[in-house]
Design a protein around this ligand. Structure first.
Ligand code: HEC
Length: 451
């Protein structure tokens, strides 16, 4: 992605820090939203298949409710899925500027796959409802006096919709999975400087343990998030009345048991991702945050266990909030690692910015207004012994400077290395100025004394 790298403007160190905070926020939103999206789509597909086989109406309804869980609004999906990915592309383009890595390219590819997956997911959702409408029409068509051509039309479109429905859901899920896998790989590569020179090909990130473990962590997290979201949204007071008792207890026992499995498994997959971290990325802060996340997961497991035991859903709200905090902690921990391992590179970037700033100033003709300022030096160092119009310790400038008119070099030489001039005065002590400082004060004096 050369064009992205070329479009990068060097950033100052504080600005880079700010970008890192932005990236943390981006990741938290992306993983939470995409986790629930991915989980609800795969569970919906699973129950849909089961309901087709068994003809069970309950499974069918659950499958449909699942896909409606988080796809209620396309704008929201765009804002919580696509936008974070897009901003990740630009953040990483900044961080990895001056490396030959293609991470932004992989992220961009992941973004395209993700967007396509999202469109297919929505197709799956809409055709789910359409299919049911056709089904309804199909059942009613014989009882009513419908004409023959309409009947066959209903039949044919009903079949086609069912077909699109199945395929869009499956392909959508595959695309989302590939997008997240690629995203994981790109992010893992970006955070491991030891791999920057060697295996930064697409092949390298696909066949890497760290990518695989990170993706596994996403899958388990996705199950935990989805089951908690099911508990949270399905048992909202306005929802709950529309379900009968069998349906309610089915959803409850499914979500609770799978949720428990997920939160118990999560520490194990997190451990795998930690093992795959480069040593250079580990720090004290990293382990501190990791410990807090693990403690929260323990609390979550206990909550799920109690809910199963009591067959209640009393912790459903705390569970989803705690889980989102865990996601946030995991993301922050990863960024600690990223920060630690790429510290050197961040400094390179900050130095690049200083160089860039200087160049821009030069190009704008502002080199004469650098940090060294003649007036400041006079006020700081010379004023103790010199005034322009009267004698202090040294002679008044107005009387000694005319002889340096057009001979700035000589004046600079004197300031840097004062020699005895006038018997009426003691000699001037050396002020220890650097050449550019002496030059600046000489220029300023020659400009100023005439005024
Ligand atoms: C500690 C007092 C002291 C300070 C501080 C001092 N000067 Fe002087 N300066 C003198 C004295 C004394 C002379 C006279 C020396 C002589 O005639 O030999 C002098 C002479 C000069 C002269 C006249 C040289 C000549 O050719 O007659 C210039 C120009 C000058 N100083 C510039 C500066 C500048 C610029 C600074 C600040 C960076 C400075 N001085 C700081 C004491 C000082």
């Amino acid at each position: 992605m050369q064009f992205l790298d070329n479009s990068v403007l060097p950033q100052s160190a504080p600005h880079l820090m700010l970008l890192k905070y932005l990236l943390v926020l981006t990741f938290i939103i992306f993983f939470t939203y995409t986790g629930i999206l991915f989980g609800s789509l795969s569970l919906s597909l699973f129950f849909n298949k089961k309901s087709v086989k068994s003809g069970d109406k309950l499974l069918h309804n659950f499958s449909k409710k699942l896909i409606d869980l988080i796809t209620f609004n396309k704008g929201v999906s765009f804002a919580l899925g696509v936008v974070p990915l897009l901003s990740a592309v630009f953040c990483y383009a900044q961080f990895l500027h001056l490396t030959s890595l293609d991470v932004t390219g992989y992220l961009l590819l992941s973004l395209l796959l993700f967007a396509a997956g999202l469109i297919l997911t929505y197709t799956y959702k809409y055709t789910f409802h359409l299919k049911d409408i056709f089904q309804f029409a199909d059942e009613k068509k014989d009882s009513a006096k419908t004409d023959e051509s309409l009947k066959s039309e209903i039949e044919s479109y009903s079949g086609k919709t069912g077909n699109i429905h199945r395929k869009s859901g499956l392909y959508g899920l595959i695309l989302l999975a590939v997008a997240v896998y690629l995203f994981s790989g790109a992010v893992q590569l970006a955070g491991d400087t030891s791999r920057w020179q060697t295996d930064n090909s697409l092949f390298g990130i696909i066949f890497s343990f760290s990518t695989l473990f990170y993706f596994l962590q996403f899958l388990v997290l996705s199950l935990a998030l989805t089951t908690s979201a099911v508990l949270y949204f399905f048992f909202n007071t306005e929802n709950i009345s529309s379900f009968d008792e069998t349906y309610r207890s089915f959803v409850k026992s499914f979500a609770l048991s799978r949720g428990l499995v997920a939160v118990v498994l999560l520490p194990l997959v997190i451990a795998l991702t930690v093992v795959a971290q480069p040593i250079a990325a580990l720090s004290f802060g990293f382990f501190e945050i990791l410990t807090v996340a693990l403690i929260l997961l323990l609390v979550l497991s206990i909550m799920f266990y109690i809910m199963i035991k009591e067959s209640s859903i009393k912790y459903r709200a705390s569970a989803i909030y705690l889980l989102i905090i865990v996601v946030a902690l995991l993301v922050i921990k990863d960024h600690f690692a990223f920060d630690t391992d790429t510290k050197m590179h961040t400094e390179v970037l900050a130095a690049e910015y200083v160089k860039y700033e200087k160049k821009t100033l030069e190009e704008a003709g502002l080199t004469a207004a650098p940090a060294i300022n003649g007036a400041d030096i006079y006020n700081g160092r010379c004023i103790a012994c010199h005034a322009f119009d009267h004698r202090v310790v040294g002679p008044p400038y107005n009387s000694v400077l005319p002889k340096y008119e057009g001979k700035k070099d000589e004046l600079v030489k004197f300031i840097m290395n004062p020699v005895k001039k006038n018997p009426d005065y003691p000699s001037m002590p050396n002020q220890g100025l650097k050449p550019n400082e002496a030059d600046a004060v000489a220029t300023w004096l020659l400009q100023t004394y005439k005024k």
